[in-house]
Design a protein around this ligand. Structure first.
Ligand code: NAD
Ligand code: UGA
Length: 461
């Protein structure tokens, strides 16, 4: 099938390459000319494990192309996917201006019987609205608009696309459903369940799925807070509840608050839909507030580790990406927490295996290092914010020797308390009892003076 993918970002690029991999002929289009030029030179505009090889293989096979000319590409396509951004507006609702522009641009050139497929995450009713926009731009054209929401995660995008739990096809007519069933036939043959429904249902499935997953994270973060107060251990509790199949074991890891380009924006859009249609999404409204409060509270907790005079202290951040295996820093906890630390007079040094280029554009007065050990030299506190494997295997003895202070704050629970404290480090993590370093063992020496750290309960949020 001839497929055009409008928008070659995290979703468009991965989806386009994967559709080529299962045998379709795909042209990925983007308004960002530099991005398309880079792709045509074989350079990757984003970091996604396995994507470079997948793209190279399918370009060589002649199934995957990149173009700046959306209109001429769309004129030949059986299916035109829209995978442009849908960022949050100030009122929380998704900004659909990019997708509406993309739809108007292709309207004059679509071939008869074309199916326009909305891959972007959109509010309920968007497919219907796009159908009107295209019909207005091209009177008399016979075409369809379908919804085919995407559930891939950054960092495991290829695996998620090629081996999904389900594929949701939202179609309001037979042409659209048949075209998408054909497109996904290779995955259906491998046993992937296909859910055929209307466009409004498909749009709602996507928003509700993200809202529910985000709720799981908010819930386990609250349980982690309780564990800290009562001496519980969050991993044991999460395992205990997660083995109940009705709950499920995934998405029960506590962290510094969810980030990324999806959960924050999609929960806001879902809440906005609830307000718009007088069907309040009270749980989600609370979740949004609590998730942002958590990032702020956890930044203050780091400051509390520096006692009452954080000014002049040096904190090293390990991990700027919103999660591991991506270079994406959109709504990353680091972006909220670093300015709070700096506002208290702290000097910030940082390392991330992939996200430093993106973070540089959004942060000021941060020193970036190519190596986590160099970044940690002389630090009063090292703060882990992203669960990169590289950090799991850090040599804690060496870290301890390099640091000036002796506190490791780990908001991803990468280590066990025993392995950290063995190297003379105080360990602050989530949902577990505070480390048992003897009072006075964690001494920060700054400006020539020795000072006892406040060893207050790390669970105070
Ligand atoms: P992105 O910002 O990485 O990419 C969007 C791309 O669209 C950009 O490269 C931009 O230049 C391009 N673009 C904008 N207007 C265009 C136009 N008129 N013509 C051609 N190109 C245009 O965004 P993303 O992360 O890929 O997300 C895209 C959509 O997919 C969003 O709605 C998002 O919610 C949804 N989604 C994202 C993920 C994810 O993991 N990132 C997963 C599932 C769904
Ligand atoms: C998420 C969904 O998982 C995808 O299914 C969806 O397609 C995508 O949003 C989207 O709609 O765009 P993604 O944002 O790439 O994918 O990453 P996740 O792995 O879901 O993580 C999101 C955030 O939640 C990260 O900040 C992560 O650190 C946090 N998280 C995740 C936790 O704190 N704990 C967990 O147990 C899981």
């Amino acid at each position: 099938m001839q497929v055009v993918m409008i928008g070659a970002g995290y979703v468009g690029l991965t989806t386009g390459a994967c559709l080529a991999e299962i045998g379709h002929s795909v042209i990925c289009v983007d308004v960002d000319a530099a991005r398309i030029d880079a792709l045509n030179r074989g350079e990757m505009p984003i970091y996604e494990p396995g994507l470079e090889e997948l793209i190279a293989r399918n370009r060589t096979a002649g199934r995957l192309h990149f173009s700046k000319r959306g209109a001429s590409a769309a004129a030949e396509a059986d299916a035109v996917f829209l995978a442009v951004g849908t960022p949050a507006r100030v009122d929380g609702d998704a900004d659909v201006s990019y997708i509406e522009t993309a739809a108007s641009n292709i309207a004059p050139v679509l071939k008869p019987n074309a199916v326009v497929v909305v891959k972007s995450t959109v509010a309920v009713g968007t497919c219907r609205r796009l159908r009107e926009i295209i019909a207005d731009g091209r009177a008399g054209l016979d075409f369809s608009v379908a919804s085919n929401p995407e559930f891939l995660r950054e960092g495991s995008a290829i695996q998620d696309f090629l081996h999904p739990d389900r594929i949701v096809i939202g179609a309001d007519d037979r042409r659209a459903s048949a075209r998408l069933e054909d497109l996904y036939q290779p995955l259906a043959e491998r046993g992937v369940p296909i859910i055929l429904t209307g466009t409004a249902n498909a749009e709602l499935v996507k928003q509700a799925a993200n809202a529910f997953l985000a709720l799981k994270i908010g819930f386990i973060n609250d349980v982690a807070n309780l564990c800290e107060k009562v001496g519980g251990e969050i991993e044991a509790v999460a395992r205990g509840i997660g083995l109940d199949k009705r709950i499920g074991k995934d998405f029960l890891s506590p962290g510094p608050g969810f980030g990324g380009s999806c959960f924050p924006k999609d929960t806001r859009a879902f809440a906005a839909a609830g307000r718009k249609y007088q069907a309040p999404q009270a749980l989600i409204e609370t979740l949004i507030l609590e998730n942002e409060r958590r990032k702020i509270a956890l930044a203050r907790r780091v400051l509390s580790e520096l006692g009452d005079r954080p000014q002049g202290a040096s904190i090293t951040i390990l991990g700027l990406a919103f999660k591991a295996n991506t270079d994406d820093v959109r709504e990353a906890p680091a972006l909220t927490m670093i300015p709070i630390l700096q506002g208290a007079g702290v000097t910030v040094r940082a390392h991330d295996p992939q996200a430093m280029a993106a973070a540089r554009l959004r942060l000021q007065n941060v020193s970036f290092f190519d190596c986590p050990y160099s970044a940690s030299r002389g630090a009063d506190v090292v703060l882990v914010l992203t669960e990169w494997d590289q950090y799991r295997s850090l040599d804690l003895r060496e870290m301890s020797a390099l640091m000036k202070g002796k506190t490791l704050v780990d908001y991803r629970n990468l280590f066990t308390p025993g392995e950290v404290t063995r190297h003379g480090l105080r360990y602050v993590c989530l949902g577990r009892p505070a480390s048992k370093l003897p009072v006075g063992a964690a001494i920060v020496a700054r400006g020539g003076k020795k000072r006892k750290l406040a060893l207050g309960a790390p669970s105070r949020l």
